[in-house]
Design a protein around this ligand. Structure first.
Ligand code: AMP
Length: 288
């Protein structure tokens, strides 16, 4: 590892993307100390330095080649008006940029917003949407308390980032449509030509392996050999289950990888089909 330039990875230092990002990096096997997230963490086992910056600044750090790669929200790329190569979508930080109106408003869809005032903390994203959809709106930029703008006559509608939409409903607002969907993404700097591509590829592969592993479980069970066909029908696995003869004649062990969301429905059916000693084991990493 000596001699190779170290990769600089920019990640958010505050806010809702921090926890899942640090969990993902640790789960991928990067060994580093956070030390109250002071600026830089040196990864001990891989040639990567982690740069902790404000969520909103990650895009600029990567665009300006201060960092080779970065973790940010896809929505923040749009808001910054910066297009960077997305190395991998990370599946967390999912949210929608959605338009909402007061519950008693007559407006029902995005098209109804034409010509109206829209309050938002994401003015560039709304302008970009307006330009691409052809629905002209008057953007009222606000930095906070966007939900109350219609109540105070500042705007006819709002556009905000939501995940469940509960906050909007709690503020007497009704959704009329989404402008974009977002999740956390790993982006890379287009201008860095001396970055060790192998290290970036390895980082992306390992993050993907963790995300894939989290979506699956490893099932192990014992059964009588004559129940194999019934059990196999329930267990597609990655390339079919592994079947291992046990010391007791006529008994087998079956191992299979299944979707984490399927486990709840599968276990009672496996038991009914003759499986016993069923173990559900987490998968640390999976490369299919
Ligand atoms: P922060 O303001 O640092 O907590 O991070 C905001 C980022 O988190 C946004 O730009 C999105 O990428 C992401 N995010 C995920 N869910 C939500 C949500 N419900 N509201 C706002 N941001 C969200």
């Amino acid at each position: 590892m000596t001699g190779a330039r170290r990769v600089t990875l920019a990640v958010p230092n505050k806010g809702r993307l921090v926890g899942p990002t640090l969990d993902l990096l640790h789960d991928a096997g990067l060994v580093f100390e956070e030390r109250d997230r002071s600026l830089v963490a040196h990864v001990e086992n891989v040639p990567i330095d982690i740069l902790f910056v404000r969520t909103g600044d990650v895009v600029e750090f990567v665009r300006d080649h201060v960092a080779d790669v970065g973790v940010t929200g896809a929505d923040l790329l749009v808001e910054a008006g910066v297009s960077l190569p997305v190395v991998r979508r990370l599946g967390y930080g999912r949210c929608r940029l959605t338009a909402a109106v007061p519950k008693d408003s007559a407006l029902t869809c995005l098209g109804d917003l034409g010509g109206l005032r829209v309050a938002t903390a994401h003015p560039n994203s709304v302008r970009a949407w307006s330009a691409s959809s052809g629905i002209r709106v008057e953007v009222v930029p606000l930095s906070g308390a966007v939900e109350v703008a219609p109540r105070f006559g500042l705007a006819d509608a709002i556009v905000d980032l939501v995940s469940s939409g509960e906050t909007l409903a709690a503020n007497g607002l009704r959704e009329v449509g989404d402008l974009l969907a977002s999740e956390a993404v790993l982006v890379r700097s287009p201008g860095v030509t001396d970055a060790p591509g192998d290290a970036i590829d390895a980082l992306s592969t390992m993050l993907g392996a963790v995300l894939e592993g989290r979506r699956r479980k490893y099932l192990m069970m014992n059964a009588r050999a004559d129940r194999l066909a019934d059990l196999e029908a329930l267990l597609p696995g990655l390339s079919g289950p592994s079947v291992i003869p046990l010391a007791h004649a006529g008994m087998i062990a079956i191992h299979a990888v299944v979707g984490a969301d399927d486990v709840w429905g599968l276990l009672p059916r496996l038991k009914a089909a003759g499986a016993s000693g069923i173990l559900v084991v987490p998968i640390e990493k999976l490369i299919a």
